[in-house]
Design a protein around this ligand. Structure first.
Ligand code: DC
Length: 230
C-alpha cells in the first residue's frame, strides 16, 4: 500500500496556498483542510455579535462564547470542495470578504481561539493523507509533517491576485486597500506571540511570484513523490 503522508502548506497571505493545496489533494485523494477558513468563520461570528469592529474588540466576550462556536467543513459534491459552516450556516462566501480579512488577524492572535481550532485541525489530520494550509501547520499543528512548504510571492503579485478574486465575485474593492490589508495581515500574523507566521526550519520555500499553477503543481508533486518513497 502506498505510504500516506501529511503535507503542511504555510506562507504569506494570498500566495495561492489553497488553490495549490486543493489541486494536490485532489490528485492524491487526500483530505484538504483550509485552516484560514476556520479563523475567518470565528471572526465572522465575532462580527455578527458586534464583539469586533474596526476600532473595538471585546476579547473576553468572544472567549466566553467559544464553546458555542461550531466551525465545520461540509463537502459540496457539485463544487468538488468542502464549504465552511458556522453553527450550521453556510458562510463560505461571507468569510472571503475584505471586511473579514480586515479583522481576522487580531482574532487569530487570541490563544484560546487558536487552542480550539488547532485541536480540531489535529483531529482532522490524525490519519495522515491530508493537505493542510495555514500559517502554523508545519510549526505547531503538524510539526512532524513529512512535507512542509512555505509559500511566498511579492506584495504586488499577492495583492493583484486577491484584487482579481474579489472583483470576479462582484465585490466593490480598491487595489490600495487590498495591498494594505495583505501587508498588515502578514505583519500582525508574524508578530503575534502565539504561533506566529514563520517558516519551519525544515520547510521548502517556494516563491511563486513568477510561477504558474502547473509549474507549482509539478514541482510540489515531485516533492510529494520523493517523500512517499523515502
Ligand atoms: O489563509 P487565510 O488568508 O484565509 O487566513 C486568514 C487569516 O487567518 C490569516 O491572516 C491569519 C489567520 N490564520 C492563522 O493565524 N493560522 C492559520 N493556520 C491559518 C490562518
Amino acid at each position: 500500500m502506498t505510504k500516506k503522508i501529511t503535507i503542511a502548506i504555510d506562507g504569506l497571505s494570498s500566495t495561492g496556498k489553497s488553490t495549490i493545496a486543493k489541486k494536490i489533494s485532489k490528485k492524491l485523494g487526500y483530505i484538504y483542510v483550509d485552516t484560514g477558513a476556520m479563523y475567518r468563520a470565528v471572526t465572522l461570528y465575532a462580527m455578527n455579535k458586534h464583539y469586533i469592529t474596526s476600532d473595538t474588540f471585546e476579547v473576553e466576550k468572544l472567549i466566553l462564547d467559544l464553546p458555542k462556536i461550531d466551525v465545520s467543513f461540509r463537502f459540496n459534491e457539485e463544487l468538488g470542495f468542502a464549504e465552511m459552516f458556522l453553527n450550521d450556516v453556510n458562510v463560505e462566501r461571507r468569510i472571503r470578504s475584505l471586511e473579514v480579512s480586515k479583522l481576522v488577524s487580531p482574532v487569530a492572535a487570541i490563544s484560546e481561539v487558536r487552542k480550539k481550532l488547532v485541536k480540531s485541525q489535529q483531529e482532522m489530520g490524525k490519519n495522515r493523507a491530508v493537505v493542510m494550509d495555514g500559517r502554523d501547520i508545519g510549526t505547531v499543528v503538524f510539526p512532524d509533517a513529512e512535507l512542509k512548504l512555505f509559500m511566498t510571492a511579492s506584495d504586488d503579485k499577492r495583492a493583484t491576485r486577491r484584487y482579481k478574486e474579489l472583483l470576479d465575485r462582484g465585490d466593490n474593492v480598491n487595489f490600495k486597500e487590498i495591498l494594505h490589508n495583505v501587508q498588515e495581515r502578514d505583519r500582525i500574523d508574524s508578530e503575534r506571540e502565539d504561533s506566529p507566521l514563520v517558516k519551519a526550519d525544515d520547510a521548502i520555500e517556494i516563491d511563486n511570484s513568477n510561477m504558474g499553477l502547473e509549474e507549482q503543481f509539478e514541482r510540489i508533486l515531485s516533492l510529494v513523490e520523493q517523500r512517499i518513497n523515502d
